[in-house]
Design a protein around this ligand. Structure first.
Ligand code: BGC
Length: 264
């Protein structure tokens, strides 16, 4: 497995022509689907299983195996994980079992999948690749775009002139004394029972901090909550425009399927 950390413009992902397979490992569900790389759309339905608890590497590898087997898929598999992936090794585990840290991801998943080729990357980076390729916006090719996935945590993908800078982890930046994802993830809103109005105040503070630090031209927001973006994006008070991800919450699976085909 190669690393995506040197992905440059000359290696930017291309849509591809055939079918591929992606799996998105999340805090509550592990989801997979066959992806048509021409359109970036699923072929048939996705299949989801509950994230096993504790979410150890062995338990997740078994969940991934069962999803791949459900489809009878025998080719290479792209897989996202909710943590830093450096040289194929998991380096952080904020919202998943701590035993992931130091895990050789290619070895883990390839072994579970009968020795086949796998590519493993951060979940938000996968979403960034998918939006770059299928988001359909020329606006993504120029300037700085910060894509955020708002779910259990806050994932980030930094797109610089159409190139992904991986493992940015903006969700762990401290904003007014609290890390961003503990302040404004979708889970925080749900746990506190906040209205969109109340939550938008927290998210705005986070976005203002990102504006100061990174001077983005655009924010793209993804994750399940982006399906209701019309209810809360207008309430944000930061300066830089915020648009919902085109792929909504299919982006992780699609990006994983893309990454394994482009071998990035
Ligand atoms: C992790 C990121 C991940 C994000 C979304 C954060 O807690 O540190 O790596 O992208 O959650 O799952």
């Amino acid at each position: 497995m190669s690393d995506i950390s040197y992905l440059g413009a000359d290696r930017a992902p291309s849509p591809g022509s055939g079918l591929s397979f992606g799996v998105d490992v999340g805090g509550s569900g592990v989801k997979g689907a066959i992806v048509d790389l021409r359109s970036g759309e699923f072929v048939g339905d996705r299949h989801r299983v509950q994230t096993p608890q504790p979410a150890t590497p062995a338990a997740i590898a078994e969940a991934v195996r069962s999803i791949v087997e459900h489809f009878g898929w025998t080719g290479p598999v792209g897989i996202t994980v909710p943590g830093v992936v450096k040289d194929g090794v998991m380096r952080s585990a904020a919202n998943i079992d701590p035993s992931w840290i130091g895990t050789d991801l290619a070895q883990l998943f390839s072994t579970a999948l009968g020795g086949r080729r796998v590519t493993v990357l951060n979940d938000a980076d996968a979403a960034g690749l998918a939006e770059l390729t299928y988001g359909g916006g020329a606006h993504l090719a120029d300037g700085e775009v910060v894509l955020l996935t708002l779910g259990t945590g806050i994932g980030s993908a930094l797109l610089h002139n159409g190139t992904l800078i991986p493992n940015t982890e903006f969700g762990h930046i401290e904003v007014n004394g609290k890390i961003a994802e503990k302040r404004a993830s979708a889970k925080v809103r749900k746990d506190r029972g906040w209205s969109f109005d109340r939550w938008a105040k927290e998210l705005s503070a986070v976005l203002v901090m990102y504006e100061r630090l990174f001077s983005p031209d655009l924010f793209i927001v993804g994750g399940g909550i982006s399906r209701k973006a019309d209810k809360w994006v207008p309430l944000l008070t930061n300066e830089v425009p915020v648009v919902p991800a085109r792929l909504r919450n299919t982006a992780g699976i699609v990006g994983a399927a893309l990454a394994v085909t482009n071998d990035i």
